[in-house]
Design a protein. Structure first.
Length: 404
């Protein structure tokens, strides 16, 4: 019975369709072999140098430091921005927890800011409201934490803005605000390699940029990240900190706490081959988005995150909002469960930080737009190795369950 149903649905014997699986170019093994043949397995070697250079060339960043995770890169950016215990750091609420956790690593207090409707990223108006509250001593009005109530009025040390799902944030407004108050801007571009804001690569628009090469990203090194900046001195400090803060002695001498944050030479080899096909991967993700949009164009309950203004999104993940009032009451969870029953992986949009148990009592500014995005939003399979039939079948199943 089930076999017959699956056959009718055109999915018999199909493998599971994952959300965003790795997509190898075929040349990765060549660079891995180079690392093995040279016996440079640790976080140093030719692959690592070449990988950093390839990122630098692609993004036009002044300086690049490859790290073992994107989270490590955010942590380093906070350190070289001068964040210390007791400081305040503004952070986008609608994001993955890795954007916020390094703030706590530094003993600083995150102040969360909601999203705006055009990009789903940091709302510049709410950002400025949060900064003013930090500086005039009214921050405690937005939090029940004793630690927050005891914070004296102060200027935040940094702003962590995120380009979600590859969509560039409103960086002109955010940079203007950062400059107005003299606050460092850290761009979490973990999901936005290949995206452009007014022709400028994401990750190079603020004081520091962050990339991720996790297994689900548009290109991958298995695990890895990068820190980008035009601030040469800060990057020299970050590079030293990422290698356990070793001083220039024959023996191991340490004047400050460092971290084991460097990417391995082996994984960097995977990254070199992946960077060789980055343009193809971005183009394919964009094609997938436009195919979905076309196949779901006549579905009134489905809305997409689309480019507005002079931006270019890599469309790392195709995301939709599902309005059950415009269909027969089918919400995103019912779609998710239906697709899951067909071995099609989907994922809800990020749960905002101000709703997370670990951060729910921290200061938050905004109009709860991200709450609605979380309630209605779904990420669709978007891997660059997807076929045209894969995309069509997913869209067909969504139409089937929502349109009847």
């Amino acid at each position: 019975m089930n076999s017959g149903n699956n056959k009718a649905n055109g999915i018999q014997n199909k493998k599971k369709l994952f959300l965003s699986p790795p997509h190898m170019s075929g040349k990765e093994q060549e660079y891995i072999d180079r690392a093995f043949n040279s016996n440079f397995i640790a976080p140093t070697g030719e692959n690592l140098d070449l990988f950093e250079q390839s990122i630098k060339h692609y993004t036009i960043a002044g300086n690049v430091l490859a790290t073992n995770t994107g989270t490590a890169a955010i942590h380093l950016a906070l350190i070289v921005s001068g964040v210390v215990p007791g400081d305040l750091v503004i952070c986008q609420s609608f994001t993955f927890t890795a954007s916020a956790n390094p703030i706590r690593y530094q003993g600083a207090t995150p102040v969360f800011v909601d999203s705006e409707a055009d990009t789903w990223n940091m709302d510049p108006e709410a950002l400025e409201e949060a900064i003013i509250a930090c500086m005039n001593g009214t921050l405690s009005n937005s939090s029940n934490l004793d630690d927050v109530k005891n914070i004296s009025p102060k200027k935040p040390k940094a702003i962590v803005v995120v380009h979600l799902y590859g969509m560039p944030a409103k960086m002109e407004e955010i940079n203007r605000i950062g400059k107005k108050y003299g606050i460092k801007i850290i761009e979490d571009s973990a999901e936005a390699l290949g995206s452009l804001y007014k022709g400028i690569p994401c990750g190079t628009l603020g004081d520091f940029g962050i990339l991720s090469f996790n297994g689900n990203k548009i290109i991958t090194t298995s695990a890895g990240g990068a820190l980008l900046s035009n601030d040469k001195k800060a990057m020299e400090i970050a590079r030293n900190l990422a290698s356990q803060a070793k001083e220039n002695f024959d023996h191991y001498e340490h004047n400050k706490i460092g971290y084991n944050y460097r990417l391995s030479n082996v994984l960097a080899g995977i990254g070199i081959a992946q960077m060789e096909v980055i343009d193809e991967r971005v183009q394919r993700r964009r094609e997938i988005f436009f195919h979905y949009k076309n196949f779901l164009a006549d579905n009134p309950s489905i809305k997409f995150l689309e480019e507005k203004g002079d931006v270019y999104s890599n469309h790392w993940l195709t995301t939709i909002l599902v309005d059950p009032t415009k269909n027969s009451g089918i919400c995103k969870d019912k779609i998710k469960n239906h697709l899951n029953s067909l071995d099609i992986e989907t994922r809800p949009l990020w749960k905002p930080m101000h709703l997370q148990p670990i951060y729910k009592d921290y200061p938050y500014f905004g109009n709860n737009l991200s709450n609605r995005l979380f309630e209605q939003g779904l990420c669709l399979p978007s891997g660059s190795s997807m076929s045209w039939d894969d995309i069509f079948n997913v869209a067909q199943e969504i139409n089937k369950i929502t349109l009847g």
